[in-house]
Write a protein that binds this ligand. Structure first.
Ligand SMILES: Cc1cc2nc3c(=O)[nH]c(=O)nc-3n(C[C@H](O)[C@H](O)[C@H](O)COP(=O)(O)O)c2cc1C
Length: 478
C-alpha cells in the first residue's frame, strides 16, 4: 500500500471512530446530532474569545445574553470553574448598570444554595394547599410543543433535584412533566389541558389533567412579555399524538389560541375565574402578565382590596422576555421592559395594602445574580428563569426556536435533533445552574449584610444614569 493510501485509510478510520463515538455519547447534543462536523463548533468556540476579542464582539455585546452570561450559566450548570480572572471587563458607565453596596461588616457564614420564598403562597386567601415555595428561583413557563420532550423531561427532573417549581407553559401537562419536579399548571387562552371538545374552559378537564401530577399552583396567563395581546396558531403538522394528548386537542388538526380569554371579560370576571379554580383545586392560583399602562393594575388591586378575593400571586413578565415565536414588532416594541413594568404593578398593590399579602414573581433576563438582586430589591419575591434554563440544558442561543431546526434539540420536535439531548445529564445541569444562581444570590446578600436577598433595599444600590452620573436605584426603578 502506498503512503498516501495509508493516510487516506487512516483518516477514514478516524472519521468512522469519531462518528461512532459522537453518535453514542450522551454528553453533547450537538455531537450526537451532527457527528464529526459538530466538533467544528467546539474548535471555533475554543478560539472564539480570541477571535472576537480582536475582530468581532466583546464579552458583553451579544444579545439577548452576552458571552459572559452564557459562559457563567454553562460553567454553573456543568459544575465547572465559574470564576472570571483579571477583574471586570465591563463598561461601568453604561446606563442602568447597578452597583451593590457591600456592608463593612458582612455576614460571615456558610452560604449554601437553598433559599425559600419569604412568603407563603395562598396564605392570604387561606387556600387548602397553601405552601411556602422552597426556592425563590423557579423555571418560568415554556410549553411542551415550544420545547422538546427531552428538554421538558430535563427541566422537570432538574426542578425536582433543585427543589424548585417548574411552570408547564400553556401547552398542558404531558408525561414529560411527571419526572419529580413540582409544577405550576399554566392556563393560557387556549385552555390546553383544561378544555372541552369545543375549546371552552372545563374545570373537569383541568382536574383530570392534574391527576397524578405534582401541581402545586395554577397560573392564568393573561399575556407574556414577548408577545402580549397576540393569539397563536399551532399548525396541524406539529400536533403529534403526544402533544394532542397533553393539550386535549385532535391529532394533526390546527388549533388557535385566541388573543384574549373567553371565560372572562373584565377584572371582576378574572377574580371570579381565579376563585372558582382555587375552590375546585385547593391550590393557590396566580396570574401572569406583561405590563402596559397602570389602569388595569390599579383596578385589580382596588377590587381585591375591596372584596378580599383574588390571585395569590402576580407574575410580571418584562417586554424583553423570550418566546418560541413572535412577530418582531411585538418582541421589540410591545409591553414595558421589566424595570419599568414591575414598579407599575407593585405600586398599585402597595397603595391598596396588598403588597405584603400576595407573592410577586418576575421574569425577563433575571437569571443572573445582579439582575435578580435588583428585582428583589424592587419587591419581587420569586425569580422566573426561562431562556437561562434553556442554556443550562444545552441551548447555544442559535435563535432558531421558531424554525423547528434548533440544533441542540431543545426547542424543536425533530426526532433526530431531540435524540441528541440526554435528559439525565441535562437535568443535573439544570440543578447545577439553579443552585449556583441561588448560591450567588446568597453570597451577594451576605456581602450586603442580609440573610435573605429579599431583605436588600433599593437604597443599597446605585445605578449609572448613562450621562456620566450615578443615582440611587430608587430614583430609577420604583
Ligand atoms: C421557548 C419559550 C417558550 C415560552 N412559552 C411560554 C408559555 O407557554 N407561557 C408563558 O407565559 N410564557 C412563555 N415563555 C416566556 C417565559 O416564560 C418567560 O416569561 C420569558 O422568557 C422571560 O424569562 P427569561 O428572560 O428568563 O427567558 C416562553 C419563553 C420561551 C423562550
Amino acid at each position: 500500500m502506498t503512503w498516501w493510501l495509508v493516510i487516506i485509510v487512516g483518516i477514514g478510520v478516524l472519521i468512522v471512530v469519531t462518528a461512532l463515538y459522537d453518535l453514542t455519547q450522551k454528553r453533547h447534543a450537538i455531537l450526537r446530532n451532527f457527528p464529526v462536523i459538530g466538533h467544528l463548533r467546539y474548535a471555533l468556540e475554543s478560539i472564539g474569545p480570541e477571535l472576537r476579542q480582536y475582530i468581532v464582539t466583546d464579552n458583553d455585546e451579544e444579545r439577548p445574553f452576552s458571552r459572559d452570561q452564557r459562559r457563567w450559566v454553562y460553567a454553573s450548570a456543568k459544575g465547572d470553574n465559574k470564576y472570571f480572572g483579571f477583574g471586570s471587563d465591563n463598561r461601568f458607565d453604561q446606563a442602568g448598570y447597578p452597583f451593590f453596596h457591600h456592608d463593612p461588616f458582612p455576614i460571615d457564614a456558610d452560604v449554601g444554595d437553598e433559599i425559600a420564598c419569604a412568603k407563603v403562597m395562598g396564605e392570604w386567601r387561606s387556600r387548602d394547599h397553601a405552601f411556602r415555595p422552597p426556592s425563590i428561583v423557579g423555571i418560568s413557563a415554556m410549553s411542551f410543543g415550544s420545547l422538546s420532550s427531552a428538554a421538558i423531561t430535563a427541566l422537570n427532573r432538574g426542578a425536582g433535584l433543585a427543589g424548585c417549581l417548574h411552570n408547564t407553559g400553556e401547552g398542558g401537562i404531558s408525561n414529560h412533566h411527571r419526572n419529580g419536579g413540582d409544577l405550576v399548571f399554566q392556563l393560557g387562552t387556549g385552555y390546553f389541558g383544561a378544555r372541552d371538545a369545543h375549546g371552552k374552559f372545563s374545570i373537569d378537564a383541568m382536574l383530570a389533567s392534574m391527576q397524578g401530577a405534582q401541581v402545586r399552583a395554577i397560573e392564568i396567563k393573561l399575556s407574556q412579555g414577548a408577545k402580549p395581546g397576540l393569539g397563536g396558531v399551532l399548525p396541524g403538522a406539529k400536533v403529534t399524538p403526544e402533544i394532542a394528548a397533553a393539550r386535549g386537542v385532535e391529532i394533526g388538526v390546527t388549533v388557535r389560541s385566541p388573543a384574549r380569554h373567553r371565560t372572562f371579560a373584565d377584572v371582576a370576571g378574572l377574580v371570579e375565574f381565579v376563585e372558582s379554580i382555587a375552590a375546585a383545586s385547593g391550590v393557590p392560583v396566580g396570574i401572569k402578565s406583561a405590563v402596559g399602562g397602570p389602569a388595569f393594575w390599579e383596578e385589580l388591586a382596588e377590587h381585591m382590596a375591596t372584596t378580599g378575593r383574588g390571585p395569590d400571586y402576580v407574575a410580571v413578565d418584562g417586554g424583553e422576555g423570550g418566546t418560541g415565536a413572535a412577530p418582531l414588532v411585538f418582541s421589540d416594541h410591545v409591553a414595558l421592559p421589566f424595570r419599568q413594568a414591575f414598579p407599575v404593578v407593585r405600586r398599585a398593590f402597595d397603595a391598596h395594602g396588598l403588597g405584603d399579602r400576595i407573592i410577586f414573581g418576575g421574569a425577563g433576563k433575571l437569571g443572573f445574580a445582579p439582575d435578580a438582586t435588583l428585582a428583589m430589591a424592587m419587591g419581587v419575591d420569586m425569580i422566573g428563569v426561562a431562556r437561562e434554563a434553556m442554556l443550562a440544558v444545552g441551548c447555544i442561543q442559535a435563535q432558531e426556536c421558531h424554525s423547528g431546526h434548533c440544533p441542540t434539540g431543545v426547542a424543536t420536535q425533530s426526532k433526530w435533533l431531540v435524540r441528541g439531548l440526554d435528559p439525565t445529564d441535562k437535568a443535573a445541569r439544570v440543578d447545577g445552574y439553579i443552585r449556583s444562581l441561588r448560591s450567588d444570590l446568597l453570597s451577594l446578600a451576605h456581602a450586603m449584610g442580609h440573610e435573605h436577598p429579599g431583605d436588600i433595599r433599593l437604597d443599597q444600590i446605585t445605578i449609572t444614569d448613562g450621562a456620566g452620573g450615578f443615582v440611587p436605584a430608587s430614583t430609577v426603578v420604583s
